[in-house]
Design a protein around this ligand. Structure first.
Ligand SMILES: Cc1cc2nc3c(=O)[nH]c(=O)nc-3n(C[C@H](O)[C@H](O)[C@H](O)COP(=O)(O)OP(=O)(O)OC[C@H]3O[C@@H](n4cnc5c(N)ncnc54)[C@H](O)[C@@H]3O)c2cc1C
Length: 569
């Protein structure tokens, strides 16, 4: 076991982790741990844009952005947090620009902005369709310049707590297979989303929601896990994303009759309705036999935009469609289907990124989270496109500020408990020594397929109960896995087994939470309870781990400016 001491340990090198590290490393000794090389973090896959009411294309202001976000969240977003998000958005984007992010420009030199679903004004700042890629690389460059200490390809396995305070993590050096113990005054999770719990997903292979499960295992709740966003436009059979920017630029959604069917679901917003509504509309078309050739896909048609505009604004989409489905989108429509995309829920935090453990927002000393793994909650029941890059950067910065303040105030490290690495050592030894008959790949496949079938866009009691049984039986089978590679160097078998353990932990919370919430709100749609029920369910879910499955408690939604009303587009 190799020991390290750093004031601050940040896990994850996407936008949230990198932005936080830039803040903390100015004043404190910071270690940044990441299981994939920093510039391979999923933030780099973001295509469409980052929201800010810069008003470069039309009138706009933070209040309009706030109302759109609150309405988009189906009134489950906490309005104090949303107000911070939208008010600080312009400064966040301008800071990124000053760091060197090469945003696309208007002829007059201002940052170009395009339309996105659920936003009433064009406010997505973009760099053609490589927005996340350029922000990630710019932040990483800044980190290198500032000397942030990066432990690349270190896989965090467990969190170290002592009497309710957080004092470090245990990580596996993937290359050597050695375990490292990091003792710190503050730990921040910036471990991203969990799309890999589903078969059809836009998410990177690394998006296995490790952070959620690691905190859940030490008696910290996870919030609003039943809210899973399905993005309407994933490439058919692959789930790879076709950015909403494609519709922002004017793309049409067509059914088998060539009809722009969104007129029947959201006559005002059409293709730019929010994602929850658009995905349900597409799924309904397919369920009722109006998918292309009667199958489970729809077309997105960009041809009328013209080749020049497509190649300038959406070059990546052009290339992805060509490479993965063999379609030249300047000449033909692209086959698409909804794809698991984003997790609205996550590790509960206050507005400074500090993790809280109950409905009274009692903080956990030394523990922080930001970005997609966190639930502040600015997205409530449904996230609007382009608000996530914003959230990751802005709340990453805020968590960084809070940690910098903490470690300057606290002179001493919280002492380590006895045997701090024992849970990690035991978990790894069990996987390596197990000689069961079950295969990791097989269990993962069954989980992903059944989650897509039973806990997807449309849910009901029967399917959810069935899925809960499936997840529990897969958890049982997981105890009897074996892996072929028993070595320690670069053991990807071992990593995949650890990741599967995480997927199985929080998938149960997603399904049990969905079964528990007997209403429809945002991305969570129950066929058997099709109405939103503010009287009983205008509240956040907190799920705590017990041996029998999650125990639920609830937290009030913060409402400041906008009372819930019916949501129409
Ligand atoms: C295809 C795609 C397109 C998108 N487009 C947009 C868009 O246009 N606009 C928008 O606002 N949002 C978009 N999103 C959402 C947005 O990109 C993400 O929510 C956001 O980038 C998440 O950033 P993050 O810093 O929280 O995590 P990520 O960028 O996902 O980074 C997670 C980090 O955690 C590390 N990590 C995870 N587990 C461990 C572990 N056990 N040990 C060590 N390290 C670990 C990883 O190595 C990685 O560095 C898109 C998402 C996808 C998938």
């Amino acid at each position: 076991m190799i020991h390290h001491q750093h004031d601050i340990v940040i896990i994850g090198a996407g936008l949230a982790g990198l932005r936080a590290a830039l803040e903390t490393s100015r004043v404190a000794d910071t270690a940044l741990l990441t299981k994939v090389y920093p510039s391979r973090s999923h933030s780099g896959g973001a295509q469409g844009g980052i929201a800010a009411s810069l008003a470069n294309e039309s009138d706009d202001n933070w209040e309009l952005h706030m109302f759109d976000t609150v309405k988009g969240s189906d009134y489950l977003g906490d309005q104090d947090a949303i107000e911070i998000l939208v008010k600080e958005a312009p400064a966040t984007v301008i800071e990124l620009e000053h760091m060197g992010v090469p945003f696309s420009r208007n002829a007059n030199g201002t940052i170009a902005q395009r339309r996105f679903g659920g936003h009433s004004r064009p406010r997505a700042c973009y760099a053609s369709d490589y927005t996340g890629h350029v922000i990630l690389h710019t932040l990483y460059e800044q980190g290198v310049k500032q000397g942030v200490e990066v432990y690349s390809e270190f896989y965090v396995v467990s969190l170290i707590m002592n009497k309710g305070n957080c004092c470090g993590v245990v990580a596996l050096d993937i290359l050597s297979g050695e375990l490292h113990l990091f003792h710190s005054k503050a730990v921040m999770f910036a471990t991203g989303g969990y799309g890999r719990a589903y078969k059809i997903t836009s998410n990177a292979h690394a998006n296995t929601g490790d952070g959620l499960s690691i905190v859940y295992r030490v008696d910290i709740p996870i919030e609003d896990m039943e809210f899973v966003q399905f993005h309407p436009t994933g490439l058919y059979k692959h789930g790879i994303l076709v950015t909403e920017g494609a519709r922002g630029e004017g793309g049409y959604l067509l059914n088998k009759d060539g009809e722009r069917f969104m007129k029947n679901y959201a006559p005002e917003k059409m293709e730019l309705a929010p994602r929850d509504l658009t995905s349900r509309a597409m799924q309904t078309e397919m369920n009722e036999g109006r998918g292309i050739e009667g199958k489970d896909y729809i077309h997105i048609d960009l041809r009328h935009l013209g080749a020049a505009k497509i190649l300038e604004r959406l070059p990546q989409i052009h290339e992805l469609a060509l490479n993965f489905v063999g379609v030249d989108c300047t000449k033909e429509p692209i086959p698409i289907q909804p794809t698991a995309h984003y997790s609205m829920g996550g590790i509960p935090t206050d507005n400074h990124g500090q993790v809280v453990i109950d409905k009274d927002n009692t903080p956990v000393k030394g523990l922080y989270a930001a970005g997609e793994c966190a639930c502040v909650s600015v997205h409530g029941g449904n996230r609007l496109g382009t608000n996530s890059l914003l959230e990751a950067t802005l709340f990453g910065q805020r968590a960084g500020e809070a940690m910098a303040e903490l470690v300057q105030r606290e002179k001493e490290f919280t002492p380590l408990p006895e045997n701090p690495a024992q849970p990690a050592e035991k978990e790894i030894a069990t996987i390596l020594e197990n000689e069961g008959k079950e295969s990791v790949a097989q269990i993962r496949e069954e989980l992903q397929v059944s989650m897509t079938d039973n806990c997807g866009i449309f849910r009901d009691e029967k399917k959810l109960k069935k899925e809960l049984e499936i997840v529990k039986s897969l958890q049982e089978r997981y105890k009897h896995i074996h892996i072929d590679d028993k070595g320690m160097r670069c053991n990807t078998d071992l990593m995949e087994a650890l990741e599967l353990g995480h997927l199985l932990d929080f998938a149960e919370v997603i399904v049990a939470g969905a079964l528990n919430r007997t209403e429809s709100r945002g991305s969570h749609y129950r066929i058997d309870y099709p109405k939103r029920d503010d009287e009983n369910w205008l509240k956040h879910t907190l799920a705590y781990r017990t041996d029998k499955g999650p125990r639920f408690d609830y937290k009030k939604v913060v409402i400041t400016r906008y009372q819930p009303t019916e949501r129409k587009y």
